[in-house]
Design a protein around this ligand. Structure first.
Ligand code: 3UK
Length: 544
C-alpha cells in the first residue's frame, strides 16, 4: 500500500460520493512533490491553512477582503465563515463529503461561503453567475449536489432546476432577510467553529470546465491542491507581499479566480478587492480607488484597459497576470506602452487547477508563455508521446503537484496519457526551455496542406492600429479545404471598407509568412466570448 492509499483510508468524508467517482489510480497523472515547499502533512484543511492560521500569524486586524462599500478583516472573515459553517452543519444538515453548490458574483459573502464549505468538510461546486437553469442542472446532477448557498439576486435560475434535481434538498440564500435565509440563520450563530479534520487528499472542490463542446467535465481537486496552487505560481512568479492589494475579473467559480481573487492574497496576508460586475472601465476605477497593486484578468481585458488607460491614476499598480487564453505580443506591448507594466503571462487549466507555465516580468520572452514553473515539468510531445525536437510543434504535456482527475468521466484517458496531463494545446519549446503557444490542438487550420495557427494570424492583425480585437478560424473552402478567415472589431474612428480589408491583408503578409494571411475578413461589432474572456472559436466557425 502506497502512502497515498493510506491517506485515502483516513478520509474525513462520511459521504464518499466524490471519492468513489475518482478515476482509478492508474489513470491519475503522475504527481511530483520534489520541491521542499510542496511537502504537505497528511491531514490538511485548506481553510485552516488560509484562514485560521492567518489569525495565528497575527493577521487578524489586517484587511482580507474589500468591496466597493466595505472592508472585511481576517478576524471578521473567520467569524463570518465560522457562522456559515455552523449553518451548513447545523440547520442544513451537511455531513463531510456532501457537495455544496455556490452561486453568486464575486463578493465578500461568496468568499466567506466558499471558506465555510471548506471548514465544514463539504465539497464546493462553485458556478459561474451567468449559467442558466439547463447548465446548472447538468452540474447539479453530475456532482450529485445536495446543498446550495445562493445569492438571492440569482435565485431564479437555481429555482428552475429544482424540479429536475431531487438530490438538491437544502438551499439557503444570502442578500435576503427572510427568517430562514442564510443571513438570518448565520447572524444567530457564534463566531467559532471546529474545522473538519480533512485528509490532504480529501476532495475540496469540483470545478466544472468552461468547455465549449460536449457535456461539462467536473475536475476534482483536493485540499492539498488548493494549497499547492498557492505555493507554485505565486511563490515563483508573482511574489506577493502582505501589503499587496489584488483586483481583477475572474469569477471565484473559475479556478483562475479562486486563486487570484481569494486564495493567493490570503496565503500571503494580503487583501483583494472583489467586484461583482467587472468591466475594463470598472477595473481601472477600482485600481485608482483602492490603490490596487496586482491585477488578474484575461488578455482581451488588458487590451481594452490599455485603450482606456489615458488619464487614469494607475500608479499603484505593480504586477499584472494574464491567463485564460494566449496573450498576443501586440497586447503585451500595447499595455506596456499605456502603463509601463510587463504583463506576467501564464497558462493554467481547470484540470491543473492553476498556472504551470509562466515567467517573472524580468524573464519575459516575447511571444512565449514562459517556462515550466518550479514544481512542474513540461514537454512538447509528438503523437506517439515522444519528445519533439526543439522548435517543432507538438502537444503540450505537463506534470507536477496538481493534475487532472475528472469526476466519473471517460475523457480522463484523453487528458491523462502516460502519466502526463495533455492540455489540448499545440506548443513549441525553444532551446532555452521557453514554451510558445500555437493554438488549441483541434483549432489548427489546415489550408491547402499548410498548418496555420489562428492565434498567430490574430497576433499579426492586432499589431495593426485599426484593430481593436479579432478572431481567426478556418472557414470551409472547396479548393483549399479551409481558408483563413478573420473576424475583426475595428477601433473607434475606423470605418470598414474593401480598402481596409486589403490594407489588413497586406499588413499580415508583411508580418508573418504570406501564405497565412486571411483570405477572408469580416468586420463585426463584437466577438463571442465566454464569461471568462475566452474567444468562442466554435461560434465563429459555425458562422463561417
Ligand atoms: C488556454 C492559455 C495560452 C489553454 C485557467 C489559469 O484558462 C484556464 O482554465 P480553462 O480550463 O482553460 C484551459 C485552456 O485555456 N489557456 C489558458 N491560459 C493560457 N493558452 N496562453 C495562456 N496563458 O488552451 C488551456 O489548455 O478554462 C488559467 C489558471 C486557472 C485556469 N483554470
Amino acid at each position: 500500500m502506497g502512502a497515498a492509499d493510506r491517506i485515502m483510508e483516513r478520509t474525513a468524508h462520511i459521504d464518499t460520493f466524490a471519492r468513489d467517482n475518482l478515476p482509478a489510480r492508474e489513470h491519475w497523472p503522475e504527481l511530483i512533490f520534489e520541491l521542499p515547499g510542496l511537502r504537505y502533512p497528511v491531514r490538511l484543511n485548506c481553510a485552516t491553512e488560509l484562514l485560521d492560521r492567518a489569525l495565528e500569524r497575527g493577521w487578524g486586524p489586517r484587511v482580507a477582503l474589500r468591496s466597493p462599500d466595505a472592508e472585511t478583516t481576517y478576524a471578521q472573515l473567520l467569524e463570518q465563515a465560522n457562522r456559515v459553517a455552523r449553518v451548513l452543519t447545523g440547520d442544513m444538515g451537511l455531513v463531510p463529503g456532501n457537495r455544496v453548490l455556490l452561486r453568486g458574483a464575486n463578493s465578500p459573502r461568496m468568499a466567506a461561503c466558499w471558506l465555510a464549505v471548506m471548514k465544514a468538510g463539504g465539497i464546493a461546486v462553485a458556478t459561474m453567475p451567468l449559467l442558466r437553469a439547463k447548465e446548472l442542472a447538468e452540474i447539479i446532477l453530475k456532482a450529485k449536489v445536495t446543498h446550495a448557498l445562493c445569492d438571492k439576486l440569482l435565485d431564479a435560475e437555481l429555482k428552475a432546476t429544482l424540479p429536475a434535481c431531487s438530490m438538491l434538498k437544502t438551499v439557503a440564500y444570502w442578500h435576503d432577510d427572510a427568517p430562514d435565509s442564510l443571513d438570518t440563520l448565520a447572524s444567530r450563530k457564534p463566531g467559532t467553529f471546529t474545522n473538519a479534520d480533512t485528509a490532504a487528499e480529501d476532495v475540496a472542490l469540483i470545478a466544472f470546465t468552461s468547455g465549449t463542446t460536449g457535456k461539462p467535465k467536473g475536475t476534482v481537486h483536493f485540499h492539498r491542491d488548493v494549497i499547492a496552487m498557492c505555493d507554485c505560481f505565486p511563490r515563483s512568479c508573482l511574489m506577493p507581499a502582505a501589503d499587496d492589494i489584488f483586483c481583477g475579473t475572474p469569477p471565484l467559480a473559475f479556478t483562475f479566480g479562486l486563486g487570484g481573487m481569494l486564495c493567493f492574497p490570503m496565503r500571503f496576508g494580503a487583501s483583494v478587492v472583489l467586484v461583482e460586475k467587472p468591466t475594463p472601465e470598472l477595473i481601472l476605477e477600482t485600481i485608482a480607488k483602492h490603490k490596487a497593486t496586482v491585477c488578474f484578468t484575461a488578455p482581451t481585458f488588458y487590451r481594452q484597459m490599455a485603450q482606456l488607460a489615458k488619464g487614469r491614476d494607475l500608479r499603484s499598480l505593480k504586477k499584472c497576470v494574464s491567463a485564460g487564453e494566449a496573450l498576443p505580443d501586440a497586447t503585451r506591448q500595447m499595455f506596456k506602452r499605456a502603463t509601463g507594466i510587463e504583463i506576467i503571462d501564464g497558462i493554467g487549466s481547470t484540470e491543473m487547477i492553476h498556472i504551470f507555465i509562466s515567467h517573472t516580468p524580468e524573464r519575459v520572452r516575447r511571444g512565449a508563455t514562459g517556462y515550466a514553473l518550479p514544481g512542474y515539468r513540461a514537454a512538447v510531445l509528438d503523437d506517439e508521446g515522444r519528445p519533439c525536437a526543439v522548435d517543432a510543434i507538438g502537444r503540450l504535456a505537463v506534470k507536477g503537484p496538481t493534475g487532472c482527475r475528472y469526476l466519473a468521466d471517460e475523457r480522463q484517458r484523453d487528458y491523462v496519457q502516460g502519466g502526463w496531463n495533455i492540455t489540448g494545446d499545440a506548443y513549441t519549446q525553444d532551446g532555452d526551455g521557453y514554451f510558445f503557444y500555437q493554438a488549441r490542438t483541434d483549432d489548427m487550420i489546415i489550408s491547402a496542406g499548410y498548418n496555420i495557427a489562428g492565434p498567430e494570424v490574430e497576433g499579426a492583425l492586432l499589431a495593426h492600429e485599426a484593430v481593436s480585437e479579432c478572431g481567426v478560424v478556418g472557414a470551409p473552402d472547396e479548393d483549399r479545404g479551409q481558408v483563413v478567415k478573420a473576424y475583426v472589431v475595428l477601433k473607434a474612428g475606423y470605418a470598414k471598407s474593401d480598402a481596409l480589408v486589403k490594407t489588413l491583408q497586406d499588413h499580415v503578409k508583411g508580418a508573418i509568412a504570406p501564405y497565412k494571411y486571411p483570405r477572408r475578413i469580416e468586420f463585426v461589432d463584437a466577438l463571442p466570448r465566454t464569461e471568462t474572456g475566452k474567444l468562442q472559436r466554435f461560434k465563429l466557425r459555425e458562422r463561417s
